[in-house]
Design a protein around this ligand. Structure first.
Ligand SMILES: [Zn+2]
Length: 330
């Protein structure tokens, strides 16, 4: 099976590929994992592979056969999608009833019918009980794929009849390469974004739309480390992106304050610092005292205030760097 646009998750891929090659895909598959990890992408890949007409199953979904072209366009008659609806966004009993009346017909083009249930905001017990009937006695040649934040939101009776796969974020470096290739973002910025979102590509991409969050996170790390352990010249270079506009300064200032605060927390023995910023926070906490870190945090907030009052950016960034260094005891 080919997993275009779905990176990482080697064990999961090899399990699905293996089952697919042996024509033994489970009739009920649960893909669980937080939002942004590509559960829907993966569900669609499996569905497209299942209806692909390529002789070589290793190549499926081949992307070029008539089935693949239709499924890529979202118009394959044997792939149906069920999503939540209404104010709650939950999957309703009515949607499941429609599947019930549909699932026993023969597939129109392929050998199988695939039903994708995209469950982001829950599914009522009533709907699940109806679904259970289908899964207990599945019509031949039907595959159900559920995407859920956690399999725990499904009834144990459904879970026990399905195969559960947990989708995880890829390595941060792998996520960064993917985002770099998809967006043209520089690798360093993509890597900073990957650290911020712990390799969650969906979050990286929606965050990276204007690129600012990524650049701000990267700039904040560089500024903090430069202030603590590098030369004045390096600090000024790290702060150069802040000259561009006020928004960039403010966003970077936010991240900087978080870094200084995280480093304080580490010094106080709190171990809840996010992984993405842990290494930087650790380095800061080894270099600087709690008092210094708090001073730097206040200093950063004060300069963010100056920026909002329309100061000259060049003067401001230069003064900010000088004060950071001085207060870091350099
Ligand atoms: Zn194909």
């Amino acid at each position: 099976m080919q997993f275009e646009n779905f990176v990482g998750n080697a064990a999961l891929k090899s399990a699905l590929s293996g089952a697919f090659l042996r024509r033994r895909l489970p009739h009920a598959i649960i893909l669980e994992g937080e939002s942004g990890l590509g559960k829907r992408t993966l569900a669609r890949i499996v569905a497209r592979a299942a209806v692909c007409r390529a002789q070589n199953r290793d190549a499926a979904p081949c992307g070029v056969c008539p089935s693949c072209i239709r499924s890529a366009a979202g118009s394959h008659p044997d792939i149906r999608t069920v999503s939540g609806s209404g104010a709650s966004g939950a999957v309703s009993a009515k949607s499941v009833e429609e599947v019930l009346s549909d699932a026993y017909r023969r597939p129109e083009e392929a050998d199988v019918s695939v039903y994708l249930f995209f469950i982001d905001n829950g599914i009522s017990d009533n709907a699940q009980n109806k679904l259970l009937k289908l899964i207990e006695e599945p019509p031949p040649g039907v595959i159900f794929i559920f995407t859920v934040p956690s399999a725990d939101i499904l009834l144990p009776t459904i879970r026990s009849r399905a195969q559960i796969f947990t989708v995880r974020a890829p390595e941060e470096a792998e996520a960064a390469v993917f985002v770099e290739q998809k967006t043209g973002m520089e690798y360093e910025a993509a890597l900073a974004l990957a650290a911020l979102h712990r390799g969650n590509i969906g979050k990286m991409l929606s965050d990276g739309e204007n690129g600012r969050a990524a650049k701000a996170a990267f700039a904040a790390t560089e500024i903090a480390l430069s202030a603590a352990e590098r030369t004045e010249h390096e600090l000024l270079a790290a702060a150069a992106p802040l000259l561009k506009d006020r928004g960039m300064f403010l966003e970077t200032a936010d991240r900087l304050q978080m870094l200084f605060r995280d480093a304080c927390m580490l010094k106080s023995g709190v171990r809840t610092v996010p992984l993405g910023t842990l290494e930087t926070a650790q380095r800061l906490s080894r270099r600087l005292s709690v008092k210094t870190l708090m001073t730097l945090c206040d200093l950063t907030a004060r300069y963010a205030g100056y920026v909002q009052r329309n100061a000259n950016m060049t003067l401001l960034v230069t003064a900010f760097c000088a004060e950071l260094r001085k207060n870091a005891g350099r």
